[in-house]
Design a protein around this ligand. Structure first.
Ligand code: FE2
Length: 271
């Protein structure tokens, strides 16, 4: 069962030791939520940097003066151009960096500036389902390799000419194990962003990846492994991108705005 860690402590006051405990909670439960937080842009960036190195790709959704922030919104500017990422549509199950070769920025933070109470973020634990299987099943799934690549019109639909489509399509994808070990805990987890899986092998023998996906869905996406969140202003939600997958229902109010940051955990364990 998922037990999302929740707290109303002011995370800005957390000592290094406290942040280490929080990092461990995030690895273990996949998700941690902190209510009524008040951050400026610089404060949330400094907080994320206490955990590790941040992504700052300097794309259209990164404010020039705060390159580590990503605006997540369906809002558009006067010319109708997107100012944030992920738009307003439904998003299928995924985690950060699914189409990339190297995935190291596995801590995602989402901080709510403007809420839309009609939109739900769901998080599914991907490690607990593995440990609930028999030894034989575990061994079978450990023998599977998968090929991943972003394909449009799967987790979401992007139109030709959309700047998000351009950078998503640039990624070459990767081949990796379906079941891998978490770099910080050593726990096994399923890497199952199934919209990105385009091939699969049992050891080196090709198998039908679509059948494999349909077999795994009911194993992983059980309600007991899921946590659902409706963002209220001031909520900070942090997720481990190996221990969990997430999805989102459509946004009805385009004023919804989240700040998103992505980092690794390279600093917190040496602090
Ligand atoms: Fe996401």
């Amino acid at each position: 069962m998922i037990r999302a860690f929740r707290s109303d402590e002011n995370i800005l006051d957390a000592s290094d030791n406290r942040l280490k405990q929080i990092a461990t909670q995030i690895h273990k439960e996949g998700v941690a939520v902190f209510y009524d937080q008040q951050f400026t842009e610089s404060q949330i960036i400094s907080l994320q940097k206490r955990f590790g190195e941040c992504e700052s790709p300097d794309l259209f959704m990164n404010p020039k003066e705060y390159p580590e922030l990503f605006l997540v919104t369906g809002k558009r500017d006067k010319e109708g151009k997107k100012i944030g990422m992920f738009g307003d549509t439904e998003l299928g199950w995924h985690s950060n960096g699914n189409s990339r070769h190297l995935i190291d920025k596995i801590l995602i933070s989402l901080y709510c500036i403007t809420e839309d109470i009609n939109t739900t973020l769901s998080v599914c634990h991907t490690s607990k389902p593995f440990y609930d299987l028999s030894k034989d099943e575990q061994e079978y799934w450990k023998s599977i390799n998968i090929r991943l690549k972003f394909q449009n019109n799967t987790i979401y639909d992007l139109e030709e000419g959309d700047p998000e489509l351009e950078f998503m399509s640039k990624n070459k994808g990767s081949i990796r194990k379906l079941v891998d070990q978490h770099p910080h805990t050593g726990e096994y987890y399923f890497y199952f962003p199934y919209h990105f899986i385009i091939k699969a092998w049992e050891d080196k023998t090709p198998i039908d990846h679509e059948k494999m996906i349909e077999r795994l869905k009911p194993i992983i996406f059980r309600s007991k492994y899921q946590y659902h969140h409706i963002f209220k202003k001031g909520d900070l939600l942090m997720m481990d991108q190996f221990t969990s997958l997430h999805r989102r229902t459509p946004v009805l109010d385009n004023n919804r705005l989240l700040w998103r940051l992505a980092s690794d955990f390279s600093k917190i364990y040496n602090a």
